[in-house]
Each structure stands twice: as C-alpha cells, then as structure tokens.
Design a protein. Structure first.
Length: 255
C-alpha cells in the first residue's frame, strides 16, 4: 500500500489546471479556491476566463461579490401575473449577462468572489445555482461554469464559516502561495519594475509575508499595486517610501 499523503492543497498554477480540466471534461462541480488574502485567487479565475478567449473586461463583469448583495439581486423581485394571480421572480441582469457571454464566446465563468463573507441567507441563494444551476425562473446556460474564492477564518479578513451544505456542493482547493507561479504571472500581466523582482530574488520571504495580526501585510496583491507608482527619482523618495510602507509595511519598505 502506498504511503503517499493525498491532500487538496495546490499552487495557483495547479488550481488553474484543475479548473481547466473540469471545463474540458464538462464537469460542472464548482471549484472553491480557499486561501489567505492577496495571493491571486480571483486573478487566477479571471486568467482561466481569458485563456478561453473572453476579453478581460467581460470576464471581470462576471465577478459577483455576495457579501455586497442579498438574494433578490440573484432571484429578482416577485411579479404577480394579472391573469393567474400567481407570482414568479423577475430574474436579474447578472445571470442573463452570464448566459449571453456563454452564447457569444462558447463559455462563461461566473466567479463568486469572497464567498466566505456572504451571509447564510446569501449562501443559500447561491446554493441553488451551485447544484441545480438555476434560481427562480433563471437557468444557467450549459456552458456557464462557476468558481468561488474565499479567505479562511484564521486570516481575520471578515470571512465566516462556509455552510456545510454549501461546501458539499463544491470542490474545495486550498491555495498555497508559490513564488515561481506568481513571478511568471506578474512578468506577463503587470508592469511591475524589474527592480522589485530583483528584490524578491534577494529577499523571497518578503514577497508574501502575511500575518493576520498585522494591519499592513506584504502580499503579491500589495506589491502589484505599486506598479503604477514611479520609482525615485520620478517620484519624491520620501513620498515613495511612505506609499510603499503603507502597502507592504515599514520594515520591508526600509530595505
């Protein structure tokens, strides 16, 4: 008997391949990418969308943040039929848009972003789509796939517990940060200066230094946010250092 330990911890590139495998074989079980803030879970989901020819701005339009909504934002409002006196739900533009994208591009990927921050009522509403692929009168197009992202409770990022019957509708992958994966992505998708990458080679532990007890953390997301801030001398050095410290922490910024 093999002594190999099998678990569900993956890198972002492995998570991307897992999603693509599901799409290629027509497996509609939604995948939940669970991990610390700022490691690129949502970016990975969007990268899968663009890999199938969906423009980036269209892919981003299918990102839905349940924590900012209530169930009527998915089901719509009840409408009374004047003849029968019965009610049906009006449906919403978001799901109609997802179906239209699938019609146009042959595929659409809905991203339930930060699912763990959603209220139990909102998770219950999404459950209908996760398992039955319908809610109220609306049915998902046969080529709409679903991905969810979320932080862990211990990350202190406002995440609550994902309901057990919600989790049971998902394939849960724990995303572990991989510096090589992120560097490859950043070189292809960001304008972050090569000087940052040189620093990461020298001090790799500073690329992702996350501690839930700190307010400011150096994560791939916070480093990427510096791509539009000109380096000194184009920016005043003191202001540049203050902005960098405000994103990755004073200790790391001082290096």
């Amino acid at each position: 008997m093999s002594n190999t330990i099998i678990n569900n911890t993956v890198s972002l590139s492995e998570a991307t391949r897992a999603i693509q495998l599901s799409i290629e074989v027509g497996d509609f079980t939604p995948i939940l990418l669970l991990g610390q803030p700022g490691v690129g879970k949502t970016d990975a989901a969007l990268q899968v969308s663009t890999s199938y020819g969906i423009p980036a701005h269209v892919a981003k339009s299918l990102v839905f943040r349940p924590a900012l909504h209530d169930p009527t934002d998915l089901m719509g409002l009840p409408i009374i039929d004047a003849v029968t006196g019965t009610a049906k739900f009006s449906g919403t533009r978001f799901l109609a848009s997802a179906n239209e994208v699938a019609d146009k591009y042959g595929i659409a990927i809905v991203v339930w972003d930060e699912l763990a921050q959603a209220t139990p009522m909102m998770q219950n509403a999404i459950n209908s789509l996760l398992l039955d692929r319908r809610i109220g009168e609306q049915v998902l197009h046969p080529r709409v796939f679903q991905i969810a992202t979320g932080n862990r409770v211990e990350d202190r990022a406002g995440a609550g517990k994902i309901l057990t019957h919600t989790a049971n509708r998902l394939e849960v992958l724990n995303v572990e940060f991989n510096a090589k994966d992120w560097t490859t992505w950043a070189l292809e998708n960001t304008s972050l200066s090569h000087l940052y990458h040189a620093f990461f080679s020298f001090r790799p532990e500073h690329l992702n230094s996350f501690d839930s007890a700190r307010t400011i953390n150096a994560t791939p997301r916070s480093w990427t946010s510096m791509q539009h801030i000109p380096l000194p001398p184009e920016s005043p050095r003191d202001l540049f250092q203050a902005k960098l410290a405000g994103r990755v922490g004073a200790g790391i910024a001082s290096e």
